[in-house]
Ligand binder design. Structure first.
Ligand code: KG4
Length: 342
């Protein structure tokens, strides 16, 4: 039986995590994420393998999300799914599942932009737990494996990208530099861990000079690669002898690049309500830098709970909830896109 409450099933399959979540009236009831270990040995996500793993995972993951939430299929009011950006084959698995579910249950289908989901993860409520919500308008630094953007958020469904990377994303810079140091994929969390006992001022790496609020990380990646190559010629143990300082200096440079543009964006817009989203926002150095700058510039800072910063379906379900309230539904002819704008 459907109650007065709005219950949304969210599906996320844009990259290498298959996830399903249930949100009821903005409160999370379950969030199940199945990662894909298969990519580890390739040092990056292999699209075809990701699609196959999504196919295997999607039904058990949805089933577990319903069970953990203690919700039956006929209590779901709408099914929300990620329509992009992401890997097309992966997106198609979630899209097809959501279409089938919507058709079988006779409930609306809601398409969700993955990036909008990352931002709206800031509004996921946990039952009975006080939480710090950002107030509109706010700026969101969205940093993940595929994106680095500064988003001006005027309302739940009214966002504008005011700065973005012109090449690699911040997470990609972490992962690719980690890979050349021989660290496992994804390298970001390993760099973070090793940087904790390193000297961030030991090595200086190049910072890009990109106009406006845009970012660039490809130059840093090349600079880091050549720096290692030159030093390995002189000392074949250069990486292992300096791994902590290398990670600390690399992390320091990435954070400086991110923070410089964020500070500029806050100054230009006059907005002091600052948030962060995406997988890289788990980085401890970035969190410290944000906290220090919040004190210095009197920002009101909202940092989401760790589990909602990574790819997850709870962020798709919460966005689906706001779209449901706005009656923004999709038809059965909806298709996913590898590249989409907010
Ligand atoms: O948002 P996300 O889960 O998926 C994408 O949209 O790609 O972000 C994954 C990215 C990866 O690049 C990973 O290395 C990075 O987030 N990441 C981190 C940390 N935890 C995850 N980067 C730096 N420090 C971390 N602690």
């Amino acid at each position: 039986m459907k109650s007065e409450k709005i219950t949304i099933l969210g599906i996320e399959s844009s990259c290498d995590d298959t996830s399903a979540a249930i949100i009821r009236d903005g409160i999370i009831l379950s969030n199940v994420v199945a990662g894909q270990k298969v990519h580890g040995e390739y040092g990056g996500v292999v699209p075809e393998l990701a699609s196959r793993a999504h196919q295997q995972n999607i039904i058990p993951v949805v089933d577990m999300a319903l069970k953990r939430a203690a919700v039956s299929k006929n209590e779901i009011n709408a099914v929300a799914f990620t329509n992009g950006p992401g890997l097309l084959g992966s997106l198609l698995v979630g899209t097809s599942f959501a279409k089938g579910f919507s058709l079988a249950a006779g409930i609306p289908l809601i398409e969700v932009n993955h990036l909008q989901g990352h931002v709206l993860a800031l509004f996921i409520q946990e039952n009975g737990i006080e939480f710090n919500q950002p107030k509109f308008p706010f700026l969101c630094l969205l940093v993940s494996g595929g994106n680095s953007q500064i988003i001006l958020v005027r309302d739940y469904l009214d966002m504008e990208v005011i700065g973005q990377t012109i090449d690699d994303a911040a997470g990609e810079a972490f992962d690719k530099c980690a890979k050349v140091m021989g660290l496992p994929y994804p390298g970001g969390p390993h760099v973070d861990r090793l940087a904790k006992s390193g000297n961030p001022g030991r090595f200086a790496f190049s910072k890009p000079d990109v106009p406006g609020l845009n970012y660039s990380f490809s130059g840093l990646k090349t600079n880091f690669l050549y720096f290692l190559r030159d030093n390995l010629r002189k000392n074949e143990n250069f990486i292992s002898e300096n791994i902590n300082d290398l990670c600390a200096s690399l992390q320091y440079t990435i954070i400086e690049i991110l923070m410089n543009k964020l500070k500029r964006a806050a100054k230009q817009t006059g907005i002091r309500e600052i948030t962060v989203a995406g997988g890289v926002s788990a980085n401890s150095g970035l969190r410290e830098a944000l906290t220090e700058n919040a004190v210095k510039y009197r920002w009101k800072l909202v940092i989401p709970k760790f589990e909602y910063t990574m790819d997850n379906a709870a962020m798709i379900a919460i966005t689906g909830y706001f779209k449901y309230l706005n009656k923004q539904f999709a038809g059965q002819n909806v298709v996913p896109f590898a590249r989409t704008q907010l």
